[in-house]
Design a binder for this molecule. Structure first.
Ligand SMILES: N[C@@H](CCC(=O)N[C@@H](CS)C(=O)NCC(=O)O)C(=O)O
Length: 236
């Protein structure tokens, strides 16, 4: 590990298998750093290890440590990187940033709550042993149902996800990326979402002739195949 990598670290959630990078938010930051051509060391983190990220003033990953600066939350990390390292912009100016913010909120507040019940039964076995009780307790508190109850019948949730993805599919049938001819941060936000699905679930939400498939495969290949180097569910 060289000095730059030691100084720049990204705390990323991993499962029991440390090769299981299963957080959609951490993938956003990973792609943003790669887009900026910034080297970093990945610091595997379990969601109960709150003490290790206490300096971030929060309890969630991703957390970026850049020299002496600690930044938490994937959106804040993207904004920090854009301001601190203006080369290779993540957003096309203020308009691009506004578009990405909408995509960020759509993913977090509309799409992820639909995907969660569709994949949780396959995801939970990958969860780190030390996180399992916390994860179950937090799920119960948040959704008033156990992991088992939520995951019992994924089919209605899958149908809801497919419906929600309609506008994204028809958009990508007309453009290469949400960034236009090349990906920008809006693409990385949604790449994070579907990389999460690829890591935790055996079942993709699209067929191989869809625009979403073409777009996702291109992003898996980006940055010398950084995303593709992540083993999918059936290899974990
Ligand atoms: N808004 C945050 C969400 C991050 C988040 O929820 N991360 C999860 C991992 S996927 C986490 O660290 N959870 C720990 C907990 O809920 O205690 C972001 O975009 O970074």
């Amino acid at each position: 590990m060289n000095t730059t990598e030691q100084k720049r670290r990204l705390f990323e959630v991993v499962g029991e298998n440390p090769r299981a990078h299963l957080s959609p938010y951490c993938w956003r930051s990973r792609m943003a750093l790669a887009h900026k051509r910034l080297k970093f060391a990945s610091t595997p983190w379990h969601i109960t290890e709150k003490q290790r990220i206490a300096r971030s003033d929060g309890v969630t990953a991703p957390v970026l440590v850049d020299g002496g600066t600690w930044v938490r939350d994937s959106w804040q990390i993207a904004c920090y990187l854009e301001e601190t390292y203006p080369d290779y912009p993540l957003f096309d100016g203020a308009a691009g940033k506004a578009k990405a913010l909408f995509v960020n909120k759509w993913a977090d507040n509309a799409l992820h709550p639909l995907i969660f019940p569709a994949v949780i039964a396959e995801q939970f076995p990958l969860t780190a042993q030390c996180d399992k009780a916390y994860y179950e307790e937090r799920t119960k508190r948040k959704f008033k149902q156990s992991v088992e109850e939520i995951g019992a019948d994924p089919e209605p949730a899958r149908a809801a996800v497919l419906k929600a993805l309609g506008p994204l599919e028809s958009t990508l049938a007309n453009v290469s990326f949400l960034g236009g001819g090349a990906p920008d941060y809006a693409d990385y936000i949604l790449f994070g979402t579907f990389q999460w699905v690829r890591v935790v679930s055996h079942r993709p939400f699209w067929s191989s002739d869809s625009a979403l498939h073409r777009w996702f495969e291109a992003l898996l290949d980006a940055f010398e195949g950084m995303g593709r180097a992540q083993p999918p569910r059936n290899e974990l």
